[in-house]
Structures are given as C-alpha cells and as structure tokens.
Design a protein around this ligand. Structure first.
Ligand code: NAI
Length: 315
C-alpha cells in the first residue's frame, strides 16, 4: 500500500473539488464514477478550474497546475480506486441507500487501516456506517461549497470511529489547506447547517410577520452581520464588543434571553410568505432564467474575499 494514494468516489461538483485539493498537496488521486461521461467532464472541468485558480492567485500547494492535473487519474473500477488508497473520499449523491451500497462495496476492498470519509451534508455517520465491518474507520468530512473559497470542513466521527481516524483526517485536511472543524458528537445538520437553518427560521418569521421585507432582511446579513462573520463568529464578536465574555454577559445576557424567548416555533417554508420571498429576491437576483449571471456575480465576490483573507492572513 502506498501512503500517497487517495481514492475519490463520485466525480461531480464535490468529487472534483476534493480531487484538486488532494492533488495540490502532492497526493496521487484516483477518481471513480459509475458514469464514464462524468469522468470525462470532470477531467475537463478540473483543468479549467486549475487554470482559473492559478489566474486568481489561489492555486494551493507548491506544485504547478500541470503537475496537479497529472496527479489525478480516473477509473471505471471501484477496486482500482480503493485498493492501495489510504484515504477514500466518497462524493456520491445524498441518498442514504446509495451511500450505504457504495460503502459496503468499499468495505470489502480497503485495507483495515485505511480511512473511509464521506462528504455527506446531512446524513449521520452512524446511519451510513452501522452495517460496515470496518465501521471504526468511518468518518464524515463535510466541506462548505465552494471548498477553495470557503475552506471550513466539518469533521464528524460516528460513535465508534477510532481516535486515529479523527486525528489523521483533521491533519490531512489541514495539509491540503482546508480548515477542519471537529464536531464532537453527531447531530442532525452538524453545525454549519444548524446555524444556517436557525438564521433562516428567524428571517422567515420576521418576513411572515411583516417586520421586514425579504430583500431588506438579506441586506441585514450582507451589509451587517455577514461582514463581521466573514472574519469572526458570534462569540469573538461578543468578546470584542465588551471587555470579554463576562462583561458581555453583564451587559447583554438578560436582553438576549428575552429576545430569544420571543422566537416562534419552526415553520415549513411555503405559501404566501414563500411567494413574497421569491418575488422580492427575484427583483434583486434577476429572473431564474438568468440565474447563471447572478451566480457569476456571486462567485466573483467569493473569489475576491478569499483572496483578501489569504493576503490578510499572510500579512
Ligand atoms: P453531484 O451530483 O454533482 O455528483 C455526484 C456524482 O456521483 C456524479 O458524478 C454521479 O455520476 C456519481 N455517482 C452516482 N452514483 C455513484 C456510484 N454508485 N458510484 C460512484 N459514483 C456515483 O453531487 P455533489 O454536489 O458533488 O454532492 C456529492 C456529495 O457531497 C453529497 O453527499 C452532497 O450532499 C455533498 N455535498 C454537496 C455540496 C454541494 O454544495 N453540492 C456541499 C457539501 C457536500
């Protein structure tokens, strides 16, 4: 077994990103997919993305884009992908039965000290891995999309995951330039999506109750909270807004609790409130038929912010 080989299963959006990340640190990456056309498309897209990253000054690692590209090969055999790989990153669609099926195939092929890592956004590690012989080698590495511009990656062990799997996964992700965040216990939505959905829930209630329009609610995030959150979370914000946490408590804890107690129960988004959000946001983001234009607008800003953060961290 070569310690330098990583297998990626699934060559869609996330499989491509992980392949590039691993290649950037000098690993040999073997990507497997059930659809040959996807593998073809992935190779082309990876080359375009490596060129774009180089142009943006965001190419990771010390290798040239050509060297990184050459480290990534594709295969239509799961055995080729898995055998001899010390780390397997699974990036197949978010369907529990499919993930279980893929991992049961991998389970029969891996060496017992290899690591089995899933990109799942929301499935619990125990649910995916409970039937596996090597379930103690299973973990989740959930990236934020797009991983090159938003490097936080949630690392979620199952209750039975070996401690060395956690340590080695965290260290591999750091090595490729990601920011791994250990989620100590599995919980639905992990942490990123729980926070995201909590924000969404309160925004929805405020819009439903006529307190703020959808686009103004988005402005509060993009021109207010989000500006700070690009650099620090709510706890450091609180710390800096007072003289540390105890002073923050003395000044604000009662008020915060009172407001939190006024939050309503969750509600499924739908009906007239959703119609209002669709209508108002389409005025800002343009019609759905032209969504690609607004995505380019978004990506341009994400790239510029990633570059700024990189430059500030170097300074
Ligand atoms: P995708 O649909 O772009 O790619 C999935 C790929 O898996 C396709 O190329 C498909 O041909 C392949 N595939 C399907 N069945 C397979 C099998 N049995 N064996 C091998 N390959 C197979 O999906 P995407 O967006 O890359 O998502 C992959 C995983 O990453 C999902 O679990 C998703 O929840 C997670 N994720 C997605 C994010 C996103 O923003 N798209 C962000 C973070 C995680």
């Amino acid at each position: 077994m070569s310690a330098q080989r990583i297998g990626v299963i699934g060559s869609g959006l996330i499989g491509r990103s992980f392949s590039m990340l691993f290649a950037s640190a000098g690993y040999t990456v073997v990507v497997y997919d059930v659809l040959p056309a996807q593998l073809e498309a992935a190779k082309k897209d990876i080359w375009l993305q490596l060129n774009a990253l180089e142009g943006q000054g965001l190419l990771r690692g010390k290798l040239s884009k050509e060297q990184q590209f050459e480290s990534i090969s594709t295969t239509q055999s799961i055995e080729d992908c898995v055998k001899g790989s010390f780390f397997i990153q699974e990036c197949v669609p978010e369907v529990l039965d499919l993930k279980r099926k893929v991992w049961s195939q991998v389970d029969k092929l891996i060496s017992p000290d290899a690591i089995m890592s899933s990109s799942t956004s929301a499935l619990l590690p125990s649910a995916i891995s409970e039937g596996l012989v090597n379930k103690n080698r299973f973990i989740i590495s959930h990236p934020t999309n797009p991983p090159f511009y938003a490097p936080a990656t949630e690392v979620v062990p199952a209750p039975w995951t070996d401690p060395d799997v956690v340590e080695r996964t965290v260290s591999l992700l750091k090595e490729v330039g990601q920011v791994p965040v250990l989620i100590k216990k599995e919980v639905p939505g992990f942490v990123l999506n729980r926070i995201q959905y909590a924000i969404m829930g309160e925004c929805y209630r405020l819009i439903r109750d006529g307190v703020v329009s959808p686009s103004d609610c988005d402005l509060i995030m993009s021109q207010g909270l989000g500006v700070r959150y690009a650099f620090m979370g709510p706890w450091e914000t609180g710390y800096l807004n007072a003289e540390g946490m105890y002073s923050y408590r003395d000044r604000y804890a009662d008020m915060i609790l009172g407001i939190q107690e006024s939050f309503g129960p969750p509600e499924r988004m739908d009906g007239p409130t959703l119609d209002l959000i669709q209508e108002d946001i389409s005025r800002v983001a343009g019609p759905v038929e032209n969504i690609a234009v607004r995505r380019q607008w978004r990506d341009k800003r994400l790239i510029a912010l990633a570059k700024l953060k990189q430059d500030l961290d170097k300074a």
